[in-house]
Design a protein around this ligand. Structure first.
Ligand SMILES: Nc1nc2c(c(=O)[nH]1)N=C([C@H](O)[C@@H](O)CO)CN2
Length: 127
């Protein structure tokens, strides 16, 4: 398997649990790595691989369309999109907010998942 990476993708998205974050979009930085068939290199043809221009456009489009409370939910949404629309075999995505907490430069989530791997069970907390 070969891997495509997209580093430092800047997007505007509606994400967050606070009212002010529901009223206005904020900048996010996304880093994305996904598997592509290594056979693609043999014929030197974009039709044999996954066009990262299309992936980036699609992510921007879906983020323009809805609100997410949690970065975790947004991350899982991007993972599902890459599996269902692009058929990637493996993906790692990280999503960061910048400057939302005093004394913290970036805060965020990363998810690493293979398509045939079941999503990890959600932890069940009892207090
Ligand atoms: N585990 C998480 N904790 C928090 C999130 C989140 O998405 N996942 N989000 C927020 C707020 O939206 C915050 O980013 C704004 O300052 C707080 N905690």
């Amino acid at each position: 398997m070969d891997f495509i990476f997209v580093e430092g993708l800047q997007v505007e998205a509606s994400v967050g649990i606070y009212e002010r974050e529901k009223r206005a979009t904020q900048p996010l930085e996304i880093n994305l790595t996904f598997g592509v068939p290594d056979a693609a290199a043999a014929r030197d043809d974009i039709a044999d691989t996954i066009d990262y221009d299309v992936v980036v456009d699609r992510i921007r489009a879906v983020l323009a369309d809805r609100h997410f409370n949690l970065l975790e939910t947004l991350g899982e949404f991007i993972v599902d999109l890459l599996f269902s629309e692009f058929g990637v075999p493996w993906v790692r995505v990280s999503i960061a907010k910048m400057g939302v907490m005093r004394g913290v430069r970036r805060v965020g989530v990363f998810i690493e998942r293979g398509r045939d791997e079941p999503a990890p069970p959600r932890p069940h907390f009892q207090f």
